[in-house]
Design a protein around this ligand. Structure first.
Ligand SMILES: O=C(O)CCC(=O)C(=O)O
Ligand SMILES: [Fe+2]
Length: 229
């Protein structure tokens, strides 16, 4: 965690709308998260994506208390992301500021009736995919989130690329495909981000998803910082 170059992460988020943190988790940590998918007692709910028109595949939301390593990871990732989020708030002329610690942000969520944990594990098999979406779960939205690839591309699965789209006002949309290795994390905006244009700062709408898995199984850990209503 201490080795992460947050300057670079912030700059790439500004320039491209996403940034990769290589090797955020070790192969051993990835394997442990992946294995925990089978432990139903760790989760508050399981979603079969096809039933909701979300795509194909499934995911489970962790229950509170989160597994200790996950709680530590989310707490540690939050402060530098809150700084980037606050910089974006200023750029967009928004008044809301994110507190310095995740505990204080969660207290805000809880006061607003957003009480349920949102970190999740996603599981995809051959032909599965995740439609472009935004992880909004109530009024309070922390502007950045993180997804960690737990499986090995090329070995455990093929296809299944992480995809982001950026919808610019009155302009054509732009796509980014984010290559990830096992343990790499991608940081990306939950719903929008500021972009510097010739006539000042404007706001672009962001969505993320996963292209079709061609073969094998692909698992992801999703870290979202706001709780759900
Ligand atoms: O499986 C992925 O890479 C996407 C996960 C996702 O949608 C999320 O973490 O919110
Ligand atoms: Fe998502």
């Amino acid at each position: 965690m201490s080795a992460i170059d947050w300057e670079r992460v912030g700059a790439e988020l500004d320039d491209f709308g996403c940034a990769v943190i290589p090797g955020l988790l070790t192969p051993g940590e990835c394997a442990a998260y992946l294995a925990s998918y089978a432990n139903a007692s760790l989760f508050r709910s399981r979603i079969v994506m096809e039933r909701h028109g979300f795509g194909r595949g499934e995911y489970q939301y962790f229950a509170y208390p989160l597994p200790a390593p996950l709680a530590r990871l989310r707490t540690a990732l939050y402060p530098p992301l809150a700084q980037i989020g606050n910089r974006w708030q200023r750029a967009l002329g928004q008044d809301e500021r994110f507190p310095a610690t995740h505990a204080d942000y969660l207290a805000r969520c809880h006061a607003a009736g957003q009480l349920r944990p949102t970190p999740l594990l996603l599981k995809y098999g051959a032909l599965d995919y995740n439609c472009l979406h935004q992880d909004l779960y109530g009024e309070l939205v922390f502007p950045l989130q993180v997804a960690v690839l737990l499986s090995r591309p090329g070995a455990d699965f093929t296809g299944g690329e992480f995809v982001l789209t950026e919808q610019r006002p009155r302009m054509q949309s732009r796509a980014e495909v984010v290559p990830l290795e096992q343990g790499d994390a991608v940081v990306f905006p939950v719903h929008h981000r500021p972009v510097n244009g010739t006539r000042g700062v404007y706001r672009v709408n962001m969505r993320h998803g996963v292209s079709r898995i061609r073969s094998g199984n692909r698992y992801t850990l999703g870290v979202i910082f706001h709780d759900a209503a």
